[in-house]
Design a protein around this ligand. Structure first.
Ligand code: SF4
Ligand code: SF4
Length: 251
């Protein structure tokens, strides 16, 4: 009798588990409850308790700044719900400020749109808590399998097309990330992943920190979240390549 290893039998029974994103919408289990942005359930100017609850000043009575949101959920008791789109990255920092708390139109054509079909990504952690770091690296596991889309990770910025940066820039990491940026051959793109890289997150204003990545190097794409789910990061990388597609049900 032939012995079939249990892992092989399991794989046979379950079939292919790799995500179908971006060809199909992200499945619920691919987006954590706080993996998308908070949206007001009533007109924003009526939610007068919400701004005082927000620890990062993301909420005003006119707008919600998704770039400042750290997904702490404190506004959920003041008329908000985590119902924003998972494809929430933007090419301009200002577009993360949702007027009336609702997302606007999105810019998807990136600086690498004229490049060939495959790109290489170099990841730099300038001061993260590791959560954003892990969500980016998850893209190379068999589930997200970014290689199926022609997206590969590299250990050298000289071989990279995209610089993905996580964490709030510390003084010590300013020069290393600048050098990494300069080492990328043109054309190149920079993606700031997470509230820390976008504007400092909960650490904004602390001594020894730069606060925002765009004060250090140019940024082509901002991915809000704390941390953003892998599919949101995948969407941002595809957007820099001009290849993002909003699946049915997306924004
Ligand atoms: S979830 Fe975001 S918007 Fe809501 S209170 Fe926390 S930081 Fe502020
Ligand atoms: S944005 Fe949030 S998850 Fe990402 S590094 Fe900063 S604290 Fe960690």
């Amino acid at each position: 009798m032939i012995h079939v290893p249990s892992w092989l039998q399991l794989a046979w029974e379950r079939g292919i588990l790799t995500t179908k994103y971006p060809f199909e919408p992200a499945r619920p289990e691919e987006v954590s409850p706080a993996g998308v942005g908070p949206v007001p359930t009533s007109p924003l100017d009526q939610l007068t308790d919400a701004p005082a609850r927000c620890p990062t000043g993301a909420i005003t009575l006119d707008a919600v700044d998704q770039g400042k949101c750290v997904r702490c959920a404190r506004c959920l008791g003041a008329g908000f719900a985590f119902t924003g789109p998972v494809e929430s990255s933007e090419a301009r920092r200002g577009d993360l400020v949702w007027a009336g708390g609702r997302p606007g139109a999105q810019t998807n054509d990136g600086p690498l749109a004229d490049l060939g079909r495959s790109i290489h990504v170099y990841l730099v952690d300038v001061g993260s808590c590791m959560a954003c770091n892990l969500e980016v690296l998850a893209l190379s596991n068999p589930y997200y399998d970014s290689q199926r889309l022609g997206i590969f990770f590299t250990n050298s910025p000289r071989h990279a097309d995209v610089l993905v940066v996580v964490g709030v820039p510390t003084e010590e990491m300013v020069e290393p990330v600048r050098r990494a940026y300069e080492a990328l051959p043109a054309p190149k793109a920079v993606i700031a992943v997470g509230a820390c890289a976008i504007g400092g997150g909960v650490f904004a204003g602390n001594p020894g920190l730069k606060g925002a990545l765009e004060q250090v190097i140019p940024v082509d794409r901002f991915v809000p979240g704390c941390p953003p789910p892998p599919v949101a990061i995948l969407h941002a990388i595809l957007a820099t390549m001009g290849r993002s597609r909003t699946p049915p049900g997306g924004r």
